[in-house]
Design a protein around this ligand. Structure first.
Ligand code: GLC
Ligand code: GLC
Length: 814
C-alpha cells in the first residue's frame, strides 16, 4: 500500500493522505539555517546547531508523535469554523490534501469548505531565515471572510535546557513587537547577541506572543482559544512561553487568490551594537530590517525560491543516470543525492529519531558521509575534513564526536573507538579522487585543536595508520578498543548496571579483544594511503605502507578466517566472535563485507566463499541482517549488541549502512546480478509499494529494517540520518554502474545485471562533462572504451588536455 507517489519530473514526493504510518519529513535549508518539516507541518528550526541554537520548540516522544510545528489555521469568520490546511494540528476532514516534499522545500495544502490553501516552506540560499508562502483561494460562489493565523512556539535556544530547566526558564522569556514584527530575545540582555523574529507581509489584525493567551488554559495547539474566538489579543510574553502568532483577515471574492508571506529568522548583532539606542534594552534592528522587508515581498520570495531550484538543478546535474531500472534512476538522480546533503549537514544530530540534543558530529560518520557528498560541494567537504582532522588526538586516535558550533571534541564520549582514525584516510582519499586538489595534504592542522600542535594533513593520515600498528593484539589483529564500526559490539565493557554507557564504561584493559573488521578497514585504508603517498613521490613511504597492508592481509587469512567465512573478532578472553563454533552470532556481515571490499581473499577463493555464506545465512528479502543467529540473551562479554531484542538494530537487524559493503564485494567478484539484487532489496523507492509494512519515507533510506527474527520483519526505523545514504550512493554509482573516481581520472568499470542492455550517464568531473554510454554485447564485465570515438587502453579516461570541457565515452561490455 502507498501513501503517495513520486513526481520525478518535479523531483518531488507527493503524499496524498496526511495519516502516513509515521511522520514523513523533509529538511529545509542546506548551509547554516535548518528546519525539519513533516508532512503535516510539524518540526522545528535551528541555526547551525540543533541543540545550542534552537529557534522553535518541539515535543519529543509526544502523542500524537509529531507535535510542535509551523502551524497555520484558517477560520471562516461567517461560521466560526476553523481548520488547519496541513491537517495537523486540528485534524479536520480536509479534502484534496497533498504534501509535496521537494529539494529543500515542502508545500502542504488542502481544501476545506470551498477554501483552498497551501503553504510553501523553504530557506533561501545564503540566508538565516525561512519563508512560508501561504496562498489562499476562494472556490466558493460567494464571498468569503477568512481569518488566517500563523503560529510558532519559540525555544529558549538551548534545546536541552529548554526541555528541563523550568525553574529558570519560566522567568526568562522576553519579546519585542515593533511594526508588527515579533522579536524573540530571551537571554539577549546578557550573554547572547542573537535573536529570532517572525514577520508577516500583511497588515495584521492582531498578534500574540504569550502561549497561554493564544491557546487558553488547558488547551493544546489543536484548539487555540484565540483562533476559536477569531481574535488575537496582542499579548506580550513576560516569562512563561513566548510564541509568535499573526492574524490576517481576508475578504475574498469568488475565485480570488491572495498570498501572505511569513518570515521566521535568526539574526546576530555585533556584541557592541546589540542595543538601540545604546544603553537601552531594545534590540538594534538596523541590520535585520532590510532583510525582513526584502523577503516579505512576494516577488523576492519567488525569486529566492527560483534560485533554490536552480541550485539543486546544478547540484544534481553533476551526475545523472539513465538505466533500465526506475528505482535506480530515481534514487541516484534525485533522492539519494539529496539525502547525502542532509547527512552531510546534520550528521546524526536532528531527525525524528535524533533529538538534536544528543551527539554532535561523529568522526567516523562524517568521514563516511563524504563518499556521497564530495562531488556536490567539494569546498564544504574540504572544510569538513580539516575540522575533523583538528579533533584528531596526538596519538592518531580521534574524539568519537565533536560539537558543530564549537568544533571541539566531545569529552563525554572521548576517543578509543579504534576504527575511527581510518575513516579520515578514506574521507581524504575520497576528496582527492574527486577534486585532484593535492594542496589539502599540506594544510596545517592542529591535534585536539591545540595551538602549536599543527602538522600537515598528510601527517594526520600517517598517524591514523600508525595508530593501529601501535595497537595490535595477540593474533596481530587490531585491538578493538571501545568499539569498531559496530558501536554495540563492546568487547571491553562488561556492563551489568542500568544506565552505564556500553561504550564508555570500559572496565577491561583492552589488550586482548581484536577486530577482524578493523583489519579489513586497515587493509583498505592502507592501500588508499599508499596510493596517495606514491602520487606525491613518497615511494619509500608507500612501500612501507604496502608492506604493513600485506602483513595484515596475511594475518586476516590466518587468524581471521573461520573456514567458511571471516570471523568478526576475538573477545577479551581470546575467544572467537562470529565463528561457526559459537552458538549464536556465528556469522557477521561487517567483517565479511569489508574484507572482500578491501580485496582480502579475492585470489584464493575465500572472498567468494565468505559472500556465499552471507548470501545463505544473512540475506533476507528485506535486506542483509547484521548477524545470525540473533542473540537471544544478554552476553556480558559482547555488550550492547545483545541488549536489543532479536531482529532489531545491531542484534540481527538489517543495518542498511553495511549492506553496500556486500554489494561492493559482489562487484569485486564480478557478480552484477547479485549486487544489484541486494541494492534493490533496501532501495526505498523499490519498497514504496509496501509502505504500510516499511512505514518510513519511501524516498530516503532508513538506518535499519527489522530483521527476520523480529515480529515486525521488514519495518524500517531511523530514517534519514544514516551512513546508509552515502554508502548506497557510492555502491550503486561507483561499483555497480562503475563510474568511479580515481586519483588519475574517471574510471569506467560497470558490473551491472546481465539483463541490462546498457545505460547512459552524464558526470561532471573536475570541470569536464563526461557523456557516458554503455552497451552490453556479452554477458561479462570486460569493458572496452572509446573516448571521443578513439579506443583507449584500460578503463581510466584520461583528463582532456587544453580547453576541452566535454568528452564522449562509449563503453562496450563483453
Ligand atoms: C550508528 C552510528 C554509527 C555506527 C552504527 C553501527 O549508525 O552513527 O557510527 O557505525 O550505528 O553501530
Ligand atoms: C546506540 C545505537 C547505535 C549507535 C550508538 C551511537 O548504541 O544502538 O546504533 O551507533 O548508539 O552512540
Amino acid at each position: 500500500m502507498k501513501f503517495g507517489h513520486f513526481d520525478d519530473q518535479s523531483r518531488e514526493y507527493v503524499i496524498t493522505r496526511p495519516d502516513t504510518p509515521l511522520p514523513w519529513i523533509n529538511y529545509l535549508g542546506c548551509q547554516a539555517y535548518f528546519g525539519i518539516i513533516s508532512n503535516t507541518a510539524g518540526g522545528y528550526s535551528f541555526y547551525r546547531d540543533a541543540r545550542l541554537r534552537r529557534l522553535t520548540r518541539y515535543r519529543y516522544n509526544n502523542v500524537p508523535m509529531d507535535f510542535g510545528g509551523r502551524y497555520i489555521y484558517l477560520r471562516d469568520d461567517q461560521s466560526g469554523q476553523f481548520w488547519s490546511p496541513s491537517w495537523q494540528p486540528t485534524r479536520n476532514d480536509i479534502e484534496d490534501y497533498s504534501c509535496r516534499h521537494g529539494m529543500g522545500y515542502t508545500t502542504i495544502g488542502s481544501s476545506f469548505g470551498g477554501i483552498e490553501a497551501h503553504t510553501r516552506y523553504f530557506v533561501p540560499l545564503d540566508e538565516t531565515l525561512e519563508i512560508w508562502q501561504l496562498t489562499i483561494t476562494n472556490r466558493r460562489t460567494t464571498r468569503a471572510q477568512i481569518s488566517s493565523f500563523a503560529s510558532i512556539e519559540f525555544c529558549l535556544w538551548d534545546a536541552q535546557d529548554d526541555a528541563t530547566n523550568f525553574q529558570r526558564n519560566f522567568n526568562t522569556g522576553q519579546v519585542e513587537v515593533e511594526n508588527g514584527v515579533i522579536y524573540h530575545k530571551t537571554e539577549y540582555r546578557e550573554r547572547r547577541n542573537h535573536f529570532a523574529y517572525f514577520a508577516c507581509s500583511q497588515p495584521g489584525a492582531g498578534f500574540d506572543t504569550q502561549r497561554e493567551a493564544f491557546l487558553g488554559a488547558y488547551r493544546g495547539w489543536d484548539s487555540p482559544a484565540a483562533v476559536e474566538a477569531g481574535q488575537l489579543t496582542n499579548s506580550i510574553a513576560h516569562g512563561w512561553s513566548p510564541i509568535g502568532a499573526h492574524q490576517v483577515t481576508l475578504d475574498l471574492a469568488p475565485g480570488e487568490t491572495r498570498q501572505i508571506v511569513f518570515v521566521l529568522g535568526y539574526h546576530e548583532n555585533p556584541v557592541d551594537q546589540k542595543f538601540d539606542p545604546p544603553g537601552s534594552q531594545t534590540i538594534n534592528k538596523t541590520s535585520v530590517k532590510p532583510i525582513i522587508a526584502k523577503y516579505l515581498d512576494p516577488a523576492q520570495a519567488d525569486a529566492a525560491f527560483g534560485r533554490l531550484r536552480e541550485y539543486w538543478n546544478s547540484l544534481l546535474g553533476i551526475l545523472q543516470v539513465d538505466t533500465p531500472d526506475i528505482h535506480t534512476n530515481r534514487m541516484v538522480n534525485i533522492w539519494n543525492a539529496y539525502q547525502c546533503m542532509a547527512t552531510f549537514n546534520m550528521s546524526r544530530s536532528a531527525s525524528l529519531y535524533e533529538s538534536g540534543i544528543g551527539r554532535g558530529l561523529g568522526f567516523r560518520d562524517s568521514n563516511q558521509d563524504l563518499l556521497g557528498f564530495v562531488h556536490m560541494v567539494p569546498a564544504r567537504a574540504r572544510e569538513r575534513i580539516l575540522d575533523l582532522a583538528s579533533t584528531q588526538l596526538p596519538t592518531g586516535g580521534a574524539y568519537h564526536q565533536y560539537q558543530p558550533l564549537t568544533k571541539r571534541g566531545n569529552n563525554d564520549i572521548g576517543g578509543g573507538f579504534n576504527d575511527d582514525p581510518h575513516w579520515l584516510i578514506i574521507g581524504v582519499s575520497t576528496y582527492l579522487k574527486e577534486t585532484g586538489d593535492w594542496s589539502i595534504l599540506d594544510e596545517l592542522v592542529p591535534y585536539d585543536n591545540q595551538p602549536g600542535s599543527e602538522a600537515t594533513l598528510y601527517d594526520h593520515l600517517q598517524r591514523s595508520f600508525h595508530y593501529t600498528l601501535e595497537r595490535l593484539g595477540p593474533h596481530g589483529l587490531p585491538l578493538i578498543g571501545r568499539a569498531d564500526w559496530n558501536d554495540c559490539l563492546n568487547l571491553n565493557c562488561f556492563s551489568d548496571t542500568p544506565g552505564q554507557s556500553f561504550q564508555t564504561t570500559t572496565n577491561k584493559e583492552g589488550k586482548v579483544a581484536e577486530s577482524v573488521f578493523i583489519a579489513g578497514l586497515f587493509v583498505h585504508s592502507g592501500q588508499e594511503l599508499a596510493a596517495i603517498a606514491s602520487h606525491r613521490g613518497l615511494h619509500t613511504e608507500a612501500a612501507a605502507c604496502l608492506t604493513e597492508v600485506k602483513k595484515m592481509n596475511q594475518v586476516v587469512l590466518e587468524h581471521g578466517w573461520d573456514g567458511e567465512w571471516y570471523l568478526r573478532a576475538y573477545d577479551d578472553l581470546g575467544a572467537k566472535v562470529g565463528s561457526n563454533d559459537n552458538e549464536e552470532g556465528k556469522i557477521f556481515i561487517e567483517s565479511n563485507g569489508y574484507c572482500v571490499l578491501a580485496g582480502i581473499g579475492l585470489d584464493d577463493g575465500k572472498a567468494g566463499k565468505a559472500l556465499a555464506a552471507v548470501h545463505d545465512r544473512l540475506a533476507t528479502r528485506h535486506g542483509i541482517v547484521v548477524q545470525q543467529p540473533a542473540f537471544s540473551t544478554y552476553y556480558l562479554n559482547l555488550g550492547e549488541i545483545s541488549s536489543y531484542p532479536p531482529g532489531y538494530k545491531e542484534n540481527a537487524g538489517i543495518f542498511c549502512h553495511v549492506n553496500p559493503w556486500v554489494m561492493i564485494g559482489e562487484t569485486r567478484l564480478g557478480h552484477g546480478d547479485q549486487a544489484h539484487d541486494y541494492y534493490s532489496r533496501i532501495n526505498p523507492s523499490a519498497r514504496e509499494e509496501i509502505s504500510d509494512l516499511h512505514r518510513c519515507e519511501p524516498y530516503v533510506y532508513a538506518q535499519m529494517i527489522a530483521g527476520r527474527d523480529a515480529p515486525t520483519f521488514g519495518e524500517a526505523k531511523n530514517s534519514w540520518l544514516t551512513g546508509t545514504a552515502a554508502w548506497n550512493y557510492y555502491a550503486i554509482v561507483q561499483w555497480i554502474l562503475g563510474i568511479r573516481t580515481t586519483l588519475d581520472g574517471l574510471q569506467i568499470a560497470p558490473v551491472i545485471p546481465k539483463s541490462w542492455p546498457g545505460f547512459a550517464a552524464t558526470r561532471v568531473f573536475r570541470g569536464v562533462t563526461y557523456n557516458i554510454s554503455i552497451e552490453r554485447r556479452g554477458e561479462g564485465n570486460h569493458i572496452s572504451l572509446l573516448v571521443d570515438g578513439t579506443p583507449i587502453d584500460g578503463n581510466i579516461v584520461p583528463l582532456p588536455t587544453g580547453a576541452r570541457k566535454e568528452v564522449t565515452v562509449k563503453g562496450i561490455l563483453s
